[in-house]
Ligand binder design. Structure first.
Ligand SMILES: [Zn+2]
Length: 252
């Protein structure tokens, strides 16, 4: 069984003392591949460092909607320079979060537009974060006509999911698929198998039976197990197809 945790945050403070152990626990549970996701300029640089330390760890670089208000002139050029590192596989996470609103909406929209422009210019996929802003995100994506990437930690409805996969996006599920969440479970049941990714979003959103603890990439197997049950499949089969999908999207 070879799993791919397509979205985690290995730069998180909670891993500093034990990152070697976190990575070896993941690899001992079949999680060969991990992609650590950048949240802002400094975090993207830190993600590149981690990705270069471990052979099967990759990374993305970008500005999270929570950090959009801190975006400065020249940040897109800074990101563009980072792309030359061969471990960088995507732009993100970028998007809109109108649930927390840690950045004002205007800053979030500006950062999203600029990062789509950059991804489009470079022809690389995006890791897209959307929370309580699905219609607004759809409008922006349609404006750019750039549909190369993944809608991570999916929390939208069935209609958006169908639209997204028809355009060519992947949909990624976190530990929230293991919670009591009938609508999300129903979406995971019906999606075409070549559009599904799995992730932990660690250190957040630990899946059942680890809910409430610090999450880590080794727990992505619980996400795979839940999706296997929902789709009357096996965990081996779901691991294989989601790993294949992640590799295809990120060009690995
Ligand atoms: Zn994330």
């Amino acid at each position: 069984m070879v799993l791919f945790d397509s979205h985690c945050h290995l730069t998180d403070r909670s891993y500093i003392a034990s990152l070697d152990d976190v990575i070896s626990r993941a690899q001992n549970s079949g999680v060969q591949f991990m992609l650590t996701v950048g949240l802002n300029i400094d975090d993207s640089l830190a993600s590149i460092k981690i990705a270069n330390k471990y052979p099967d760890v990759y990374c993305s670089i970008g500005i999270h909607p929570h950090d959009a208000k801190g975006m400065r002139d020249g940040d897109m050029e800074r990101l563009e320079k980072m792309i030359s590192d061969t471990k960088v596989k995507a732009i993100g996470e970028a998007g809109l979060d109108f649930y927390r609103n840690y950045s004002d909406r205007e800053s979030q929209e500006r950062a999203f537009h600029k990062q789509i422009d950059l991804a489009q210019k470079l022809g690389i996929p995006m890791i897209i974060h959307i929370r309580a802003a699905y219609p607004e995100a759809k409008t922006i994506l349609l404006e750019h006509k750039y549909f190369n990437g993944v809608i991570h930690c999916y929390s939208g409805d069935d209609i958006f999911a169908q639209w997204a996969v028809t355009q060519g996006f992947y949909i990624s599920f976190t530990g929230s698929i293991t919670y009591d969440n009938p609508n999300l479970k129903d979406i995971a049941k019906k999606l075409p198998q070549d559009r599904i990714l799995i992730e932990t979003d660690a250190p957040y959103l630990a899946p059942v039976p680890m809910r409430g603890k610090r999450n880590e990439p080794s727990y992505v197997k619980y996400v795979a197990q839940t999706i296997a049950q929902l789709r009357n499949s096996t965990v081996e089969n779901i691991s294989e197809l989601t790993t294949k999908n992640s590799k295809k999207l990120f060009g690995i």
